[in-house]
Design a protein around this ligand. Structure first.
Ligand code: TXA
Ligand code: MG
Length: 339
Protein backbone atom coordinates (compact mmCIF):
# COMPACT_ATOMS: atom_id res chain seq x y z
CA UNK A 1 0.00 0.00 0.00
CA UNK A 2 1.31 3.45 -0.95
CA UNK A 3 1.22 6.42 1.38
CA UNK A 4 -0.99 8.74 -0.69
CA UNK A 5 -0.11 12.43 -0.17
CA UNK A 6 -3.09 14.74 0.22
CA UNK A 7 -2.33 18.07 -1.44
CA UNK A 8 -4.31 21.24 -2.12
CA UNK A 9 -4.12 24.75 -3.65
CA UNK A 10 -1.20 25.62 -1.41
CA UNK A 11 1.17 22.72 -1.94
CA UNK A 12 0.23 21.07 -5.23
CA UNK A 13 3.73 21.80 -6.56
CA UNK A 14 4.67 18.51 -4.87
CA UNK A 15 2.47 16.74 -7.44
CA UNK A 16 4.71 18.09 -10.20
CA UNK A 17 7.76 16.42 -8.65
CA UNK A 18 5.80 13.21 -8.18
CA UNK A 19 4.76 13.21 -11.85
CA UNK A 20 8.27 14.07 -13.01
CA UNK A 21 9.69 11.09 -11.19
CA UNK A 22 7.18 8.60 -12.60
CA UNK A 23 4.48 8.74 -9.95
CA UNK A 24 0.70 8.96 -10.20
CA UNK A 25 -1.25 12.01 -9.04
CA UNK A 26 -4.99 12.62 -9.13
CA UNK A 27 -5.67 16.19 -10.23
CA UNK A 28 -8.81 18.31 -10.48
CA UNK A 29 -10.21 19.31 -13.86
CA UNK A 30 -13.40 21.23 -14.70
CA UNK A 31 -15.13 17.96 -15.70
CA UNK A 32 -14.08 15.21 -13.26
CA UNK A 33 -10.86 14.38 -11.37
CA UNK A 34 -8.19 12.75 -13.54
CA UNK A 35 -5.53 10.21 -12.57
CA UNK A 36 -2.40 11.62 -14.20
CA UNK A 37 0.97 10.28 -15.35
CA UNK A 38 3.73 11.52 -17.69
CA UNK A 39 2.63 10.27 -21.15
CA UNK A 40 6.19 9.47 -22.19
CA UNK A 41 6.80 7.24 -19.15
CA UNK A 42 5.32 3.92 -20.18
CA UNK A 43 5.76 2.36 -16.73
CA UNK A 44 3.96 5.23 -15.03
CA UNK A 45 1.15 5.05 -17.60
CA UNK A 46 0.70 1.34 -17.08
CA UNK A 47 0.47 2.08 -13.34
CA UNK A 48 -2.74 4.02 -14.12
CA UNK A 49 -4.35 0.86 -15.51
CA UNK A 50 -3.31 -1.12 -12.43
CA UNK A 51 -4.51 1.50 -9.93
CA UNK A 52 -7.92 1.80 -11.62
CA UNK A 53 -8.32 -1.84 -12.61
CA UNK A 54 -8.84 -0.57 -16.17
CA UNK A 55 -8.79 -2.91 -19.20
CA UNK A 56 -5.54 -2.26 -21.14
CA UNK A 57 -7.33 -1.74 -24.48
CA UNK A 58 -9.23 1.31 -23.19
CA UNK A 59 -7.10 4.30 -24.27
CA UNK A 60 -6.35 7.36 -22.13
CA UNK A 61 -6.93 11.04 -22.85
CA UNK A 62 -3.78 13.16 -23.19
CA UNK A 63 -3.99 16.50 -21.38
CA UNK A 64 -2.07 19.49 -22.69
CA UNK A 65 -1.71 23.10 -21.57
CA UNK A 66 -0.63 24.83 -24.79
CA UNK A 67 -1.46 24.29 -28.46
CA UNK A 68 2.24 23.76 -29.19
CA UNK A 69 2.13 20.47 -27.26
CA UNK A 70 -0.24 18.95 -29.84
CA UNK A 71 2.01 19.01 -32.88
CA UNK A 72 4.40 16.26 -31.75
CA UNK A 73 1.54 13.96 -30.78
CA UNK A 74 -0.54 13.87 -33.98
CA UNK A 75 0.28 13.42 -37.67
CA UNK A 76 -2.21 16.13 -38.65
CA UNK A 77 -4.82 18.40 -37.14
CA UNK A 78 -7.88 18.47 -39.39
CA UNK A 79 -9.47 21.87 -40.10
CA UNK A 80 -12.52 20.91 -38.07
CA UNK A 81 -10.46 19.80 -35.08
CA UNK A 82 -8.48 23.03 -35.21
CA UNK A 83 -11.63 25.13 -35.39
CA UNK A 84 -13.10 23.35 -32.37
CA UNK A 85 -9.87 23.65 -30.40
CA UNK A 86 -9.74 27.39 -31.17
CA UNK A 87 -13.28 27.81 -29.94
CA UNK A 88 -13.49 25.47 -26.93
CA UNK A 89 -9.98 25.02 -25.49
CA UNK A 90 -9.23 25.20 -22.69
CA UNK A 91 -12.47 23.36 -21.90
CA UNK A 92 -14.43 20.10 -21.78
CA UNK A 93 -13.79 18.89 -25.33
CA UNK A 94 -11.56 15.98 -26.41
CA UNK A 95 -10.53 15.49 -30.04
CA UNK A 96 -9.41 12.13 -31.44
CA UNK A 97 -6.69 12.45 -34.10
CA UNK A 98 -4.16 10.16 -35.85
CA UNK A 99 -1.18 9.70 -33.52
CA UNK A 100 2.58 9.83 -34.08
CA UNK A 101 5.07 7.28 -32.73
CA UNK A 102 5.74 9.59 -29.78
CA UNK A 103 2.44 8.40 -28.29
CA UNK A 104 3.09 4.87 -27.06
CA UNK A 105 0.60 2.03 -27.34
CA UNK A 106 -0.01 1.94 -23.60
CA UNK A 107 -1.57 5.39 -23.85
CA UNK A 108 -3.48 4.69 -27.07
CA UNK A 109 -4.65 1.22 -26.07
CA UNK A 110 -3.14 -0.11 -29.30
CA UNK A 111 -5.18 2.26 -31.53
CA UNK A 112 -3.51 4.43 -34.18
CA UNK A 113 -5.30 7.52 -32.85
CA UNK A 114 -4.90 9.61 -29.73
CA UNK A 115 -7.48 11.57 -27.71
CA UNK A 116 -6.35 15.06 -26.66
CA UNK A 117 -7.82 17.82 -24.55
CA UNK A 118 -6.77 21.06 -22.88
CA UNK A 119 -8.51 21.23 -19.49
CA UNK A 120 -9.70 24.53 -18.07
CA UNK A 121 -9.02 24.01 -14.34
CA UNK A 122 -6.26 26.36 -13.13
CA UNK A 123 -4.45 23.67 -11.15
CA UNK A 124 -4.44 21.19 -14.04
CA UNK A 125 -3.13 23.81 -16.47
CA UNK A 126 -0.50 25.02 -14.03
CA UNK A 127 0.77 21.51 -13.31
CA UNK A 128 1.07 20.64 -17.03
CA UNK A 129 2.71 24.00 -17.77
CA UNK A 130 5.33 23.69 -15.05
CA UNK A 131 6.02 20.06 -15.87
CA UNK A 132 6.24 20.90 -19.58
CA UNK A 133 5.01 17.40 -20.47
CA UNK A 134 1.50 16.26 -21.48
CA UNK A 135 -0.30 14.09 -18.96
CA UNK A 136 -2.24 10.92 -19.68
CA UNK A 137 -5.29 10.98 -17.43
CA UNK A 138 -8.47 8.94 -17.32
CA UNK A 139 -11.09 9.69 -14.69
CA UNK A 140 -9.64 8.97 -11.21
CA UNK A 141 -12.14 6.30 -10.15
CA UNK A 142 -12.09 2.51 -9.91
CA UNK A 143 -12.90 1.22 -13.38
CA UNK A 144 -16.64 0.66 -13.91
CA UNK A 145 -17.83 2.92 -11.08
CA UNK A 146 -19.11 6.49 -11.11
CA UNK A 147 -16.49 9.13 -11.97
CA UNK A 148 -15.04 11.28 -9.16
CA UNK A 149 -16.17 14.89 -8.89
CA UNK A 150 -14.55 15.67 -5.53
CA UNK A 151 -11.18 14.82 -3.95
CA UNK A 152 -13.11 12.75 -1.39
CA UNK A 153 -14.44 10.51 -4.20
CA UNK A 154 -10.88 9.93 -5.39
CA UNK A 155 -9.79 9.20 -1.82
CA UNK A 156 -12.58 6.64 -1.39
CA UNK A 157 -11.58 4.84 -4.61
CA UNK A 158 -7.80 5.15 -4.84
CA UNK A 159 -6.26 5.93 -1.44
CA UNK A 160 -3.20 3.72 -0.97
CA UNK A 161 -3.01 2.94 -4.69
CA UNK A 162 -1.59 6.25 -6.00
CA UNK A 163 1.07 8.74 -4.90
CA UNK A 164 -0.99 11.91 -4.44
CA UNK A 165 -4.42 13.52 -4.59
CA UNK A 166 -4.68 17.25 -5.26
CA UNK A 167 -7.89 18.73 -3.84
CA UNK A 168 -9.07 21.55 -6.11
CA UNK A 169 -12.67 21.62 -4.89
CA UNK A 170 -15.78 20.13 -6.54
CA UNK A 171 -15.68 19.95 -10.35
CA UNK A 172 -17.49 22.63 -12.32
CA UNK A 173 -19.34 20.34 -14.77
CA UNK A 174 -19.32 16.93 -13.09
CA UNK A 175 -19.55 14.94 -16.32
CA UNK A 176 -16.59 14.02 -18.51
CA UNK A 177 -15.59 15.91 -21.65
CA UNK A 178 -17.28 15.58 -25.01
CA UNK A 179 -15.23 13.18 -27.18
CA UNK A 180 -15.25 13.78 -30.94
CA UNK A 181 -13.49 11.91 -33.75
CA UNK A 182 -12.78 12.86 -37.36
CA UNK A 183 -12.75 10.05 -39.88
CA UNK A 184 -12.25 11.35 -43.45
CA UNK A 185 -12.88 14.76 -41.87
CA UNK A 186 -16.46 13.74 -40.94
CA UNK A 187 -17.05 14.64 -37.30
CA UNK A 188 -18.66 12.18 -34.94
CA UNK A 189 -19.44 12.57 -31.24
CA UNK A 190 -18.33 9.44 -29.37
CA UNK A 191 -19.26 10.72 -25.91
CA UNK A 192 -21.57 13.68 -25.20
CA UNK A 193 -20.51 16.30 -22.64
CA UNK A 194 -20.85 19.95 -21.70
CA UNK A 195 -19.79 21.02 -25.21
CA UNK A 196 -23.03 20.00 -26.89
CA UNK A 197 -23.75 18.89 -30.44
CA UNK A 198 -25.47 22.24 -31.06
CA UNK A 199 -22.38 24.16 -29.92
CA UNK A 200 -20.16 21.99 -32.13
CA UNK A 201 -22.41 22.32 -35.18
CA UNK A 202 -22.29 26.11 -34.86
CA UNK A 203 -18.55 25.90 -35.50
CA UNK A 204 -18.12 23.01 -37.98
CA UNK A 205 -21.58 22.20 -39.32
CA UNK A 206 -23.23 18.81 -39.51
CA UNK A 207 -21.97 16.44 -36.80
CA UNK A 208 -23.11 12.88 -36.18
CA UNK A 209 -23.66 11.28 -32.79
CA UNK A 210 -22.40 7.70 -32.60
CA UNK A 211 -25.34 5.33 -32.12
CA UNK A 212 -23.63 3.63 -29.18
CA UNK A 213 -24.19 6.87 -27.24
CA UNK A 214 -27.85 5.94 -26.78
CA UNK A 215 -28.07 2.29 -27.89
CA UNK A 216 -26.54 -0.78 -26.33
CA UNK A 217 -23.80 -2.29 -28.51
CA UNK A 218 -24.85 -5.63 -29.90
CA UNK A 219 -22.49 -8.49 -29.15
CA UNK A 220 -19.79 -8.67 -31.82
CA UNK A 221 -20.21 -4.97 -32.79
CA UNK A 222 -16.98 -2.94 -32.71
CA UNK A 223 -17.02 0.14 -30.50
CA UNK A 224 -15.90 3.45 -32.07
CA UNK A 225 -14.54 4.24 -28.63
CA UNK A 226 -13.33 1.30 -26.54
CA UNK A 227 -14.90 2.84 -23.41
CA UNK A 228 -18.34 2.20 -24.93
CA UNK A 229 -18.13 -1.53 -24.58
CA UNK A 230 -17.47 -1.64 -20.85
CA UNK A 231 -19.90 -1.39 -17.96
CA UNK A 232 -19.54 2.12 -16.64
CA UNK A 233 -20.68 4.70 -14.11
CA UNK A 234 -22.44 2.00 -12.11
CA UNK A 235 -22.97 2.00 -8.38
CA UNK A 236 -23.49 -1.39 -6.72
CA UNK A 237 -27.25 -0.91 -6.55
CA UNK A 238 -29.51 -1.48 -9.52
CA UNK A 239 -30.32 1.65 -11.53
CA UNK A 240 -33.45 1.95 -13.69
CA UNK A 241 -34.36 5.05 -15.72
CA UNK A 242 -38.01 6.07 -15.73
CA UNK A 243 -38.90 8.19 -18.75
CA UNK A 244 -42.16 10.11 -18.78
CA UNK A 245 -43.89 13.17 -17.41
CA UNK A 246 -43.32 14.23 -13.81
CA UNK A 247 -46.79 13.10 -12.63
CA UNK A 248 -46.29 9.70 -14.27
CA UNK A 249 -42.91 9.29 -12.57
CA UNK A 250 -44.33 10.16 -9.15
CA UNK A 251 -47.28 7.81 -9.54
CA UNK A 252 -44.97 5.03 -10.74
CA UNK A 253 -42.47 5.21 -7.88
CA UNK A 254 -45.12 5.66 -5.21
CA UNK A 255 -46.79 2.49 -6.42
CA UNK A 256 -43.59 0.49 -6.62
CA UNK A 257 -42.05 1.61 -3.27
CA UNK A 258 -41.10 -0.62 -0.35
CA UNK A 259 -37.92 -2.34 0.81
CA UNK A 260 -34.80 -0.40 -0.02
CA UNK A 261 -36.20 1.12 -3.18
CA UNK A 262 -35.37 4.80 -3.73
CA UNK A 263 -36.64 7.51 -6.00
CA UNK A 264 -33.62 9.15 -7.66
CA UNK A 265 -35.56 12.30 -8.34
CA UNK A 266 -35.56 16.05 -8.90
CA UNK A 267 -36.14 18.59 -6.11
CA UNK A 268 -39.66 19.39 -7.35
CA UNK A 269 -40.75 15.75 -6.94
CA UNK A 270 -39.94 15.60 -3.23
CA UNK A 271 -43.24 16.91 -1.77
CA UNK A 272 -45.20 14.26 -3.67
CA UNK A 273 -43.08 11.19 -2.91
CA UNK A 274 -44.22 8.50 -0.49
CA UNK A 275 -40.97 6.54 -0.70
CA UNK A 276 -37.38 7.38 0.32
CA UNK A 277 -35.60 9.58 -2.16
CA UNK A 278 -32.27 10.96 -3.32
CA UNK A 279 -32.52 14.16 -5.36
CA UNK A 280 -29.96 15.11 -7.98
CA UNK A 281 -31.10 18.70 -8.47
CA UNK A 282 -33.79 21.02 -9.78
CA UNK A 283 -35.73 19.65 -12.78
CA UNK A 284 -34.74 22.59 -14.97
CA UNK A 285 -31.24 23.05 -13.60
CA UNK A 286 -29.26 20.72 -15.84
CA UNK A 287 -25.90 22.06 -14.72
CA UNK A 288 -26.78 21.39 -11.09
CA UNK A 289 -27.91 17.88 -12.05
CA UNK A 290 -24.67 17.20 -13.88
CA UNK A 291 -22.60 18.48 -10.95
CA UNK A 292 -24.51 16.19 -8.57
CA UNK A 293 -25.06 13.07 -10.64
CA UNK A 294 -21.97 11.00 -9.82
CA UNK A 295 -21.95 12.11 -6.17
CA UNK A 296 -25.55 10.95 -5.75
CA UNK A 297 -24.88 7.65 -7.53
CA UNK A 298 -22.01 7.07 -5.10
CA UNK A 299 -24.28 8.02 -2.20
CA UNK A 300 -26.69 5.22 -3.21
CA UNK A 301 -24.07 2.70 -2.16
CA UNK A 302 -23.25 4.35 1.16
CA UNK A 303 -26.90 3.91 2.19
CA UNK A 304 -27.04 0.40 0.70
CA UNK A 305 -29.85 1.24 -1.69
CA UNK A 306 -31.09 -1.87 -3.48
CA UNK A 307 -32.70 -0.30 -6.50
CA UNK A 308 -33.08 3.32 -7.59
CA UNK A 309 -35.63 4.62 -10.09
CA UNK A 310 -34.20 7.65 -11.83
CA UNK A 311 -36.38 10.49 -13.06
CA UNK A 312 -35.09 10.80 -16.62
CA UNK A 313 -33.30 14.11 -17.20
CA UNK A 314 -34.18 16.41 -20.08
CA UNK A 315 -32.20 15.17 -23.08
CA UNK A 316 -31.23 18.59 -24.44
CA UNK A 317 -27.93 20.40 -23.93
CA UNK A 318 -25.77 18.91 -21.19
CA UNK A 319 -28.85 16.83 -20.27
CA UNK A 320 -28.02 14.56 -23.19
CA UNK A 321 -24.66 13.78 -21.53
CA UNK A 322 -26.47 13.01 -18.27
CA UNK A 323 -28.88 10.74 -20.10
CA UNK A 324 -25.93 8.91 -21.72
CA UNK A 325 -24.20 8.34 -18.35
CA UNK A 326 -27.45 7.21 -16.75
CA UNK A 327 -28.17 4.80 -19.61
CA UNK A 328 -24.84 3.16 -18.95
CA UNK A 329 -25.32 3.12 -15.16
CA UNK A 330 -28.65 1.43 -15.82
CA UNK A 331 -27.25 -1.05 -18.34
CA UNK A 332 -29.69 0.63 -20.80
CA UNK A 333 -32.74 -0.34 -18.71
CA UNK A 334 -35.41 2.29 -19.34
CA UNK A 335 -39.09 2.16 -18.40
CA UNK A 336 -40.99 4.39 -20.80
CA UNK A 337 -44.28 5.58 -19.29
CA UNK A 338 -45.32 7.61 -22.32
CA UNK A 339 -45.83 4.46 -24.35
O1 TXA B 1 -13.34 14.94 -18.91
C1 TXA B 1 -12.62 14.01 -19.20
O2 TXA B 1 -12.47 13.64 -20.37
C2 TXA B 1 -11.89 13.28 -18.05
C3 TXA B 1 -10.91 14.26 -17.43
C4 TXA B 1 -10.02 13.62 -16.41
O3 TXA B 1 -10.16 14.88 -18.42
N1 TXA B 1 -11.23 12.11 -18.54
C5 TXA B 1 -11.90 10.98 -18.89
O4 TXA B 1 -11.10 9.92 -19.28
O5 TXA B 1 -13.11 10.88 -18.85
P1 TXA B 1 -11.62 8.42 -19.39
O6 TXA B 1 -10.43 7.62 -19.66
O7 TXA B 1 -12.41 8.09 -18.20
O8 TXA B 1 -12.51 8.42 -20.67
C6 TXA B 1 -11.90 8.54 -21.93
C7 TXA B 1 -12.83 8.03 -22.99
C8 TXA B 1 -12.96 6.53 -22.94
O9 TXA B 1 -14.30 6.18 -23.19
C9 TXA B 1 -12.04 6.07 -24.07
O10 TXA B 1 -12.46 4.85 -24.62
C10 TXA B 1 -12.17 7.23 -25.04
O11 TXA B 1 -12.27 8.36 -24.26
N2 TXA B 1 -10.97 7.32 -25.91
C11 TXA B 1 -9.70 7.60 -25.52
N3 TXA B 1 -8.87 7.54 -26.58
C12 TXA B 1 -9.63 7.25 -27.67
C13 TXA B 1 -9.35 7.05 -29.05
N4 TXA B 1 -8.13 7.14 -29.53
N5 TXA B 1 -10.39 6.74 -29.88
C14 TXA B 1 -11.65 6.65 -29.39
N6 TXA B 1 -11.97 6.82 -28.09
C15 TXA B 1 -10.97 7.11 -27.23
MG1 MG C 1 -13.68 7.13 -16.99
Amino acid sequence: MLKTKLLNYENYDQAIEILRSGGLAAIPTETVYGLAANIFDRKAVSGIFTAKGRPSDNPLIVHISTMSMVSGLVTEITHKAQALADKFWPGPLTVVLPKTDKVNNTVSGGLNTVAIRMPKHKIALDIINKLGIPLAAPSANRSGGPSPTTAKHVYDDLYGRIDAIVDGGPCEFGVESTVISFTDNAAKILRPGAITREMIEEVIGNTEVDKAVYNKLKSGQTAASPGMKYKHYSPKCKVVIVDGRKEQYIEFVNKIGGGNVYAFCCDEDIPFLKIPYISYGGENNLLEQSKNLFDRLRYCDTINAGIVYVRCPKKAGIGFALYNRLLRSAGFEVINLER
